[in-house]
Design a protein around this ligand. Structure first.
Ligand code: ADP
Ligand code: MG
Length: 292
C-alpha cells in the first residue's frame, strides 16, 4: 500500500465517520474474516432501563433500589444509569457507602456500616458465595424473557433481583447483513448471561455466541475465533473490552465508548453506528484493491 492511497482512504473514512488511527488499520481491516461484537453498548444501545424488581426476604423494593443505586453511584457501566434513573424517578435517597469498588465485568461492591453489599451478575454472586436458591424462580422468569439480570446481596444474602432491558440498536440488523454479504462471519463476545446474549443473538441471527465472558477472557475468545476463522475485527465500547480490542487484528471502538476502549482500538466509529463497520470494510477493500 502506498502512503498516498492510505491517506486518501483514511480521509474518505473520516467523511464516513470512521477514524482510522493508523495506516495499518485500513490494511488490516481489508483482510478480516470474522467480526466479533460486544453486546452491551455495541449491538444494543447501552441505555438500559430497569424493568422489574423482585425482592427476597423482608426487603422492600424501595430499600433494595436505594442500596442498588448507592452502589451504582460511581459506576460508569450502562446498567448503573438504569438503576440510578429508577431511584431518581421514585425520589429515593441513597445511603452513604464506604470502600466502594467496581469489579469490571462482574459488578460493584462496598460497605454499608458493618455490612458488605454487592450488586452484579449471577457469576459475581457465585464468586461471593451468595446462595441464589431463594430467587431461583425470579431468575428463571427473567432469563426466559431475555433481559439482563443483576442481583443485590448484603452479607452474602440475596436481597433482590433486577431486570434490565437494553434495546438492540436499530442499525445493527442491516449492519450484520451487510457484513455477511461481504463474506464476513459474525460472532458475539459478551460478559452478560447466556439468556440475554442468546436473545439478542437470535434476533440478529448470530450463531457463534460467547456469553459470560469476563474482561480478562474476552481476548482469549478473540484468539479462539482467529484460530477458527482467520483475522478478527472486534467491535466494543467498554473498559471490559480493552484487552479484546488490543488482541484483535483490528479493534473497533464505538466513539462514545470509554476512553480506554477508544485508546485500545485501531478504528473508531464517530457515530455509534455498527453499520459503519461494513462501510469501513468496504472502504478498506476498495483502497487496497486500488493499490494492488
Ligand atoms: P458486556 O460484555 O455485555 O458489555 P460487562 O462485561 O460489562 O458486559 O458486564 C457483564 C455483566 O456483569 C453484566 O451483564 C452485569 O450482570 C454485570 N455487571 C458489570 N458491571 C456492573 C455494574 N456496574 N452493575 C451491575 N452489574 C454489573
Ligand atoms: Mg459493552
Amino acid at each position: 500500500a502506498t502512503p498516498t492511497s492510505i491517506m486518501v482512504g483514511a480521509g474518505r473514512g473520516a467523511e464516513l465517520g470512521v477514524l482510522f488511527r493508523h495506516g495499518e488499520a485500513l490494511q488490516g481491516l481489508s483482510g478480516i474474516r470474522v467480526a466479533a461484537f460486544d453486546k452491551t453498548g455495541t449491538l444494543t444501545e447501552g441505555r438500559p432501563t430497569l424493568t422489574t424488581i423482585q425482592t427476597a426476604g423482608d426487603v422492600t423494593e424501595e430499600g433494595a433500589l436505594a442500596l442498588a443505586a448507592a452502589l451504582e453511584h460511581n459506576s460508569e457501566h450502562p446498567i448503573a444509569r438504569a438503576v440510578l434513573k429508577a431511584a431518581e424517578e421514585r425520589t429515593i435517597s441513597l445511603p452513604a457507602l464506604k470502600d466502594w469498588r467496581a469489579e469490571t465485568g462482574f459488578g460493584v461492591t462496598a460497605n454499608l456500616d458493618d455490612h458488605s453489599v454487592a450488586l452484579g451478575s449471577k457469576r459475581y454472586m457465585k464468586r461471593l458465595g451468595v446462595d441464589l436458591d431463594p430467587v431461583a424462580s425470579a431468575i428463571k422468569e427473567l432469563d426466559e424473557s431475555g433481559v439482563t439480570l443483576i442481583i443485590l446481596a448484603r452479607d452474602a444474602q440475596v436481597q433482590a433481583v433486577f431486570g434490565v432491558s437494553d434495546p438492540i440498536r436499530p442499525g445493527a440488523f442491516a449492519a450484520l447483513d451487510a457484513l455477511r454479504r461481504q463474506g464476513v462471519k459474525i460472532a458475539m463476545i459478551t460478559g452478560d448471561g447466556d439468556a440475554p446474549a442468546h436473545a439478542v443473538g437470535r434476533a440478529l441471527g448470530i450463531d457463534d455466541i460467547r456469553a459470560e465472558t469476563p474482561p480478562d477472557e474476552k481476548y482469549q475468545a478473540v484468539a479462539s475465533l482467529r484460530k477458527a476463522y482467520g483475522p478478527v475485527a472486534f467491535i466494543g465500547d467498554g473498559v471490559n473490552d480493552a484487552a479484546a480490542l488490543a488482541e484483535a487484528d483490528v479493534g473497533v471502538a464505538m466513539g462514545s465508548g470509554s476512553d480506554i476502549a477508544v485508546e485500545s482500538a485501531d478504528v473508531v466509529l464517530m457515530r455509534d453506528d455498527p453499520a459503519k463497520v461494513a462501510a469501513a470494510l468496504g472502504l478498506s477493500r476498495a483502497t487496497l484493491n486500488n493499490i494492488k
